[in-house]
Design a protein around this ligand. Structure first.
Ligand SMILES: [Zn+2]
Ligand SMILES: [Zn+2]
Length: 129
């Protein structure tokens, strides 16, 4: 028999499966509540944290905003609309050169091994208004 915890975890895994809309934890919580109204915000947040730590989903932190979650695990960049806070994937194969930056910084003793970058502006919907 399955425990309640593993069932609740399954609900979150199911919501995030093939989900490329980059929901926030609160949006995932709303969807989870629609399936199981006993699920708590804490459970949803905790499970999202565990899934992100396990590398099953991607957590995208937005400065001064809510974290978003992504099922797309390949290296890609994001665009976050300043008006509606929706997050989109940047299409195509745009690569920024971490190596160039890390080489430049290494001269001053820094060790740079990753970058975390989010483009901002207005999505097509908000840009219309
Ligand atoms: Zn927008
Ligand atoms: Zn994405």
């Amino acid at each position: 028999m399955q425990t309640r915890n593993s069932n609740q975890r399954k609900i979150i895994v199911e919501i995030m499966k093939d989900n490329f809309t980059h929901p926030t934890a609160d949006e995932i919580y709303e969807q989870a509540r629609a399936i199981d109204n006993h699920i708590s915000r804490g459970t949803v947040y905790r499970n999202l944290g565990l899934l992100a730590e396990a590398g099953e989903i991607l957590k995208i932190s937005v400065p001064n905003g809510s974290d978003h979650y992504d099922s797309s695990l390949h290296n890609h960049y994001h665009f976050c609309c300043k008006s509606c806070s929706k997050m989109y994937d940047i299409p195509g194969d745009i690569k920024l050169e971490t190596k160039k930056v890390s080489d430049a910084m290494a001269k001053d003793g820094f060790c740079v091994n990753a970058h975390n970058l989010i483009f901002t502006g207005l999505c097509p919907e908000c840009n219309k208004n």
